[in-house]
Ligand binder design. Structure first.
Ligand SMILES: *Cc1c(COP(=O)(O)O)cnc(C)c1O
Length: 357
């Protein structure tokens, strides 16, 4: 009997049963315009490059600061909270994993919207926790009976702005959920830097709210892996017990801090991306696309024939990679990351060729 044939799974059945999260493609070929994973088209702040160049590699012999003190101090000052309200993570996916392990199990379900970030149901599956999926309305808005549907869950994971749809749920609806849901409300603000408002103020009003943010999108640091969460000090204290001891590398702590120091560069990049977003939304609307109003660095849009897959494949043929979600709620659409202005113009002109308008 070969070693393969003699294999017996000792995994928890939960793990054997699921397929796991599928991240967007990172193509190896050159010459592809990559608009599929919401990375920034601009380089990180110049200060990041400087720190990296001057970094003394001999320091890597030592463990990093386990609690990312300097970085959390800077974040807390920027967010108007104290350092006890901040936890640092290896990307916000690490924060989401910590939260899942803290608040979900077989008797403590996770609630989330559909369509939304598909990692939430995957985290529930990995944890052996039931997942309560709440369908968004026709316009991808929160349904009126949301609290009734979410009742019984211990944690409600909400991306605001939502992904992959890009729209921003009304502040009043978020407030009502935070005030009335009997459990933790995780507000995933991965795209909040591109939106007109955010929920950070909720942390001072609701002890059950966690806000999480990432440096992967607006700060051009997806490859570095840094994210953080803001919440009541008791919530952060519990999460600190759960995290890996050294979950944020020494280089990550230094480079993320350098990114925060360069405020002007960051703000300019966000302004440029928002301008390109408005131009893309207008250009697609003019070509009879149905475009979801975006408050993010991507646009979720359905072509005139409402065949998302065909548009995805046509763009791919022209070396433009966008994201297509085959699920029946999203299959009429594609999600297009905002790239450089020239890439957006190229996409619009190729689109004209495809639909002959
Ligand atoms: C990109 C994204 C994340 C993950 O961010 P990382 O910090 O790169 O792990 C989390 N939530 C949403 C909604 C995202 O789109």
């Amino acid at each position: 009997m070969s070693l393969m044939e003699s294999y017996v799974s000792h995994f928890r059945p939960d793990i054997d049963r699921i397929s796991g999260y599928v991240p967007g493609e990172q193509p190896k070929e050159n010459g592809i315009i990559k608009l599929n994973t919401n990375e920034s088209p601009y380089p990180p702040a110049p200060g990041v490059e400087k720190i990296l160049r001057e970094f003394d590699s001999a320091k890597l012999r030592l463990y990093p600061d386990p609690v990312s003190q300097d970085l959390r101090a800077e974040i807390s000052a920027n967010c108007g909270v104290s350092i006890e309200n901040v936890i640092a993570g290896n990307g916000s996916d690490d924060i989401l994993t910590i939260i899942t392990r803290c608040f979900a199990d077989a008797t403590r379900p996770i609630a989330c919207f559909h369509p939304s970030y598909s990692l939430y149901p995957t985290l529930a599956e990995l944890q052996g926790a039931p997942c309560v999926k709440i369908n968004l309305t026709e316009n991808f808005d929160i349904p009126d009976d949301v609290l009734k549907q979410a009742a019984g869950a211990n944690i409600f994971m909400i991306a605001r702005p939502n992904a992959p749809t890009g729209n921003l749920f009304a502040m009043e609806k978020m407030e009502k959920i935070c005030a009335e849901f009997n459990g933790i409300v995780l507000i995933d603000e991965a795209y909040a830097d591109f939106s007109k408002d955010n929920c950070i103020g909720f942390v001072k009003r609701f002890p059950n709210v966690i806000i999480c943010r990432t440096f992967s999108k607006s700060r051009s640091l997806a490859g570095l892996r840094f994210g953080y969460a803001i919440a009541h000090e008791k919530v952060i204290e519990g999460m600190m017990k759960m995290k890996d001891s050294y979950n944020v590398s020494m280089l990550t702590q230094k480079l993320a801090l350098a990114s925060l120091w360069d405020k002007r560069y960051f703000e300019d990049a966000v302004v440029k991306i928002k301008a390109s977003r408005e131009a893309l939304m207008l250009g697609l609307t003019e070509q009879k696309f149905s475009v979801v109003p975006s408050e993010t660095n991507f646009v979720f849009a359905a072509p005139p024939d409402r065949n998302g897959k065909r548009y995805f494949l046509e763009l791919k043929r022209h070396n433009i990679l966008v994201r297509y979600f085959p699920d029946c709620r999203t299959c009429e659409y594609v999600r297009i990351t905002i790239g450089l202005p020239g890439d957006m113009a190229g996409l619009l002109s190729i689109t004209k060729g495809i639909y002959g308008s």
